[in-house]
Ligand binder design. Structure first.
Ligand SMILES: O=C(O)CCC(=O)C(=O)O
Ligand SMILES: [Fe+2]
Length: 315
């Protein structure tokens, strides 16, 4: 391997320290085919409270579909840079190909292809509250891979269905009726299919460091995002996680992010707020927040995007 470009180099505080990896095998595995709804909800509630991360098995996403996704993804990332750059994301359209993503102002060592399950979503063009401009997010598909779009759309549809199922179960666990660098996800929840290359880790201070989320054949990884942290009024945590680069082997993963619509105001669920347990976050508009994050993510270097702790109400 040649020299590493300087923008990939993490500050010392964010560099993986291999002596702090914790080999505990505790990240819960939840069987979604469990017949007792009560047991299932209780297991999900415990996993959310303790970890903000769990893996699901018997989740209903066909394994042959995941294999097809892997094959198409490999073909896509092996395309020439010229071909991939035809689908390059820009500052107004966050879908498509990207190889310069930054987390915490440092360039991630990864290539990304993003698409939206609902094509053509309009989001605010900036985070300025007086700017009512909208920009439309349109998917771009590689023309030279004839099955890519169909397979990715099928995968997105299945993951959307699964994430809605999880979104029924997680609020029930809160007793609510349904009413790459270290980071937290800004969405509601994330569901990830990962290959067998280790690298994904979740931060767990109580056990002293970063815990590997070990690949389990057929399982999908679920992690709570910032919005569930706010909705649950801090009962659940949007767990910090990262992906460590493997020096021997490239790693593929297929995350699905469940986002609310851009008009949604995010705030703690009223049923969880009382005089004894006041709201821990101010309400924020998701579209404006997302516009700020996308801009910061794209332009980066100096700008640090908004994070939910900026909406925290101090005790
Ligand atoms: O690659 C993974 O397993 C997770 C990636 C991730 O954390 C993200 O894209 O937000
Ligand atoms: Fe993430």
């Amino acid at each position: 391997m040649g020299d590493i470009y300087s923008d990939y180099i993490l500050s010392t505080e964010h560099r993986p320290n291999f002596s702090t990896f914790v080999e505990v095998d505790e990240i819960p595995i939840i069987d979604l085919s469990e017949t007792s709804q009560e047991n299932l909800i209780s297991k999900i509630g415990k996993a959310c409270e303790k970890w903000g991360f769990f893996q699901v098995i018997n989740h209903g996403v066909p394994s042959d579909l995941i294999i097809k996704v892997e094959n198409e993804a490999k073909k896509f990332f092996e395309l020439s840079m010229e071909e991939k750059k035809k689908l390059k994301r820009d500052v107004f359209n966050a879908t498509g190909y990207h190889d310069g993503e930054h987390t915490k102002k440092t360039r991630d060592w990864k290539e990304v292809f993003d698409f939206l399950v609902k094509d053509g979503v309009q989001i605010p063009s900036s985070d300025d509250p007086h700017d009512s401009g909208l920009c439309t997010q349109t998917n771009h598909w590689p023309q030279c891979l004839p099955h890519f779009r169909e397979i990715m759309e099928e995968y997105g549809g299945k993951l959307e269905k699964l994430s809605y199922k999880l979104l029924e179960l997680i609020p029930l666990s809160l007793s609510l009726a349904l009413g790459n660098g270290p980071h937290k996800d800004p969405c509601i929840l994330t569901v990830v299919a990962q290959d067998d290359t280790r690298g994904l880790q979740v931060k767990k201070n109580s056990v002293g460091g970063w815990v590997p989320v070990k690949p389990i054949p057929g399982a999908l990884v679920v992690n709570l995002g910032d919005i569930l942290e706010v909705w649950s009024n801090d009962k659940y945590d949007s767990a910090e996680h990262r992906v460590v680069v493997n020096s021997q082997k490239e790693r593929f993963s297929y995350p699905f992010f469940l986002f609310p619509g851009p008009h949604i105001m995010v705030k703690p669920a009223e049923e969880l707020v009382s005089d004894q347990n006041p709201a821990k976050y101010k309400r924020y508009n998701f579209g404006k927040y997302y516009a700020n994050r996308t801009h910061a993510d794209f332009c980066k270097q100096d700008a640090e995007g908004k994070e939910i702790h900026h909406f925290k109400i101090s005790d």
